[in-house]
Design a protein around this ligand. Structure first.
Ligand SMILES: Nc1ncnc2c1ncn2[C@@H]1O[C@H](COP(=O)(O)OP(=O)(O)OP(=O)(O)O)[C@@H](O)[C@H]1O
Length: 302
């Protein structure tokens, strides 16, 4: 297991990244942000805003036409050779009819540590078992990957990232098609990985979940519009800039959201997990543990 000491200096930096596809379409231009290890950062933007393109450039799958990506100050391809960047794909990107077992999929996370014959060593087998147990999928190890539910498939790909011992872990829409219980299990795991000093970047449409588990946000729309701590970046103004008319917007005079305190709130949503902003535009949290100061501040509101 990677100790926090070993990755405490982890940094990921995009510097003026532009990506133009061979058909001439520029999906990203002048995109810059910098993140350090020990964070869960949301990558938030509308469909087509360039989230997957940004992920591909962080993995070295597309080469920026301008700018660069650096991990610990080194080109991303060097980090990739050391298996530092792990990727959890969207369900649609995977061919589920491919005849591989759950165990095989997670073993793929170890390929970077093997020679060209890809003969697993005991350390590889141990990493696979530990990772599958950690996501609660060890009992499913011999199942064909296509025979799992959506949430189970997600957990297997998270296990593959764990087996890879990725320092930077990229998750593309990990909560799509996943029930709330599995979402919570994945979030718990991500928090553990953050505590180990890893850098986790999660692309998501679930605005309402972001304040609950992401300490930072990168907001994109063909460039980086804003990045930094969630409570400074996740404002109604920034979100309307990022989403334009794509978000539904409700102003409620008297809130009935969960067990909210009945004061005025604004709700922004593009799906079933709405983002709730208080009267002064501050974030409202479902889980207020550790955020008692916010409740005190609310008391002072009229
Ligand atoms: N291989 C490609 N060739 C040409 N254009 C592409 C290619 N891949 C993506 N694009 C275009 O680049 C833009 C950004 O696409 P990208 O997939 O990065 O967006 P996204 O934010 O991940 O979207 P979604 O939320 O729908 O997954 C889109 O306009 C898309 O049509």
């Amino acid at each position: 297991m990677i100790t926090p000491d070993a990755i405490e200096s982890l940094t990921l930096e995009a510097i003026n990244v532009a990506v133009t596809y061979p058909n001439g379409h520029t999906a990203l231009r002048d995109a810059s942000f910098r993140l350090s290890g020990g964070t869960i950062c949301a990558l938030v933007g509308v469909n087509g805003s360039g989230k997957s393109t940004l992920f591909k450039s962080l993995m070295g799958f597309v080469t920026p036409s301008q700018g660069r990506v650096e991990i610990n100050g080194r080109p991303v391809r060097e980090a990739q050779k050391q298996s530092w960047v792990a990727y959890v794909p969207q369900a649609e990107e995977v061919d589920w009819s491919f005849p591989v077992s759950v165990h095989d999929v997670v073993m793929m996370g170890r390929y970077g540590y093997m020679n060209f014959l890809r003969m697993p060593k005991p350390a590889d087998r141990t990493a696979v078992e530990e990772s599958l147990r950690r996501v609660g999928m060890w009992d499913f190890r011999d199942r064909q990957i296509g025979e799992l539910s959506g949430g189970q498939k997600k957990r297997v790909f998270v296990a593959r990232a764990l087996a890879q011992r990725g320092r930077v872990i990229l998750l593309d829409e990990p909560f799509t098609g996943v029930d709330v219980k599995t979402e919570e299990a994945i979030i718990t795991l991500l928090r553990e990985l953050r505590a180990e000093g890893r850098l986790i970047l999660v692309s998501t449409h679930n605005l309402g979940s972001v304040p609950e588990f992401c300490d930072q946000v990168v907001l994109i729309n063909r460039t980086v519009l804003a990045y930094g701590p969630t409570d400074t970046v996740f404002t109604a103004e920034n979100l309307s800039q990022a989403f334009g008319g794509a978000l539904r917007h409700f102003d409620l005079d008297r809130s009935t959201v969960n067990d909210h305190d009945g004061r005025q709130v604004t709700v922004l949503t593009d799906d079933e997990r709405p983002l709730v902003l208080g009267k002064k535009g501050h974030l409202e949290y479902r889980d207020r543990t550790g955020r008692e100061n916010l409740i005190d501040e609310r008391e002072k509101e009229s």
